[in-house]
Design a protein around this ligand. Sequence first.
Ligand code: F6R
Length: 592
Amino acid sequence: MCGIIGYAGKNPAVLVLLEGLERLEYRGYDSAGVALIENGRIFVEKKVGKIRELIRSLWGKPLKATVGIGHTRWATHGEPCEINAHPHTDSTGEIAVVHNGIIENYRELKEKLQAQGIQFTSQTDTEVIAHLISLYYQGDLLEAVIKVVPELKGSYAFCVITSREPYRIVGVRYGNPLVVGIGDGENFVASDIPALLPFTRHIIPLSDGEIVDLRIDSVDIYDAEGNRIVKEAINVPWDIISAERGGFKHFMLKEIFEQPRTVGDTVKGYVSRDYLLPFNLRDFRRILILACGTSYHAGLVGSYWMNKYLQIPVEVMYASEFRYADVPVNERDLVIAISQSGETADTRYSAISAKEKGATVLSLVNVMGSALDRESDYTLYTHAGPEIGVAATKTFTSQLAVLYSLAVSHLPDRDRFMEKLSSVPHMMEEVLGEAEQIKKVALKYANRKNMLYLGRYLSYPVALEGALKLKEISYIHAEGYPAGEMKHGPIALIDENMPVLVVAPRDRVYEKVLSNIEEVLTRRGLVISVGFRDDETLTKVSKDKIGVPEVDEDLTPFLTVIPLQLFAYYIADHLGLDVDQPRNLAKTVTVE
Ligand code: F6R
């Protein structure tokens, strides 16, 4: 989704904004722009396409402004074009706004403003904000913003500057993320933390309804009524190196390779019980796991572990379905909301509604200070560091590590289980050591149009996750399915042109999965399997096989998912696609 960056300091703002924008690229965007207060006037430059287009058009311009705002746009209202790109200005050109989110009542506001003779230049919802602020402006930008906010409906974050007060940026968070960065004689505002890591690690995450008045040497935060609020900065433990590509061609590849370390880091805290929760999971009537996308797949894996070890009903639902499904929830339920970003609108609002119905909400998030973190009763962190590739990889396996630790947390021989979990990172290294062989297999299938991914029991969510990765970054249609369900429909798709990737570790359903493979072979489907290295039977029935070390059946997802991540990565890279920023996708989905 759109990304916002703002800077007020002593250095040339344009350099900070462009660096920040590059670090927001991963959120997904189609155009980018900046607004600077240059010699007492607002200077705006915007371009369709990549940030480098914007850099090219700014090249050689002697810009000295030390205050400015920047934006990456992911189109919602109005096609991607220069006119619709942000920043947007009011009719006088003295006020400039960047915005992330949706102003739901913008048509109504636009008509009202047009009736007063105000001319609009873009098709965006954002432009109403600039004109409204202009209408209410009487010499104090903060006051004008406080008057405008109650008029706006929807979920949004925006930042505004005016040439009439060239030393300040006013920012608002209402549903969409906005964080403030505190520097030394300079201050920042951005949609997320990685954009600020080159400049500061002292961060104040804003809560919904909060407004920041950011100046070169001060940061003041207000509630929606204009009352001052005192908020402490948190020190984020992430360093700038963790948000760099570090020699890898893409962030996604780097993040796949980071997994032994990130899972290791996550496990450490849980082995030592750093996280202790003030309740026993078995005291609840049931556990309901809510999440979207990859986090949902992690939740599915977690539900198998929890059903097995906690012996209480554990259900998993897409957060986007839960909200409108009349699911009975009460104070005897524990809701586990899983979200890498902690900002996914569907997950947040489901968690809030479950909490309102009396459930205890425990969230699993990767971003400290994110909205879900603050809105939940309890939070567990996944400690995976910043994930920049749009396709989630390392956060999936860290989520698994937390879920497994929770599932076994009450067992008398918990230490034995945690010891097994601690051996996983080493085995993940071994799988990564096979990357070249995985690449060879992947490239054989790079020109296929469709693929089926099958798995059963714990490998079923892994198959779903593998198919999601392939779709997202290579644009090849892939369907994940429970292997046992294939005969109830998808079997009709199988012929000599259909590659079928089967996740088949030697676990409790292994024999059944072998039978499913036979069903595929009988119809001349092409079987690619992911299973144990020494499994000769699987080798024989597969056209291509990717081996992983033998491991306890519980822990197979940690290993079998890696070949699937790499399989998708190598195909997308071979096809010359934008692996880290696939088309149409956003890293943080803040719209419902
Ligand atoms: C897939 C992917 C998405 C996210 C989903 C939820 O690779 O990245 O499907 O998993 O948008 O995001 P979070 O976990 O931030 O709530």
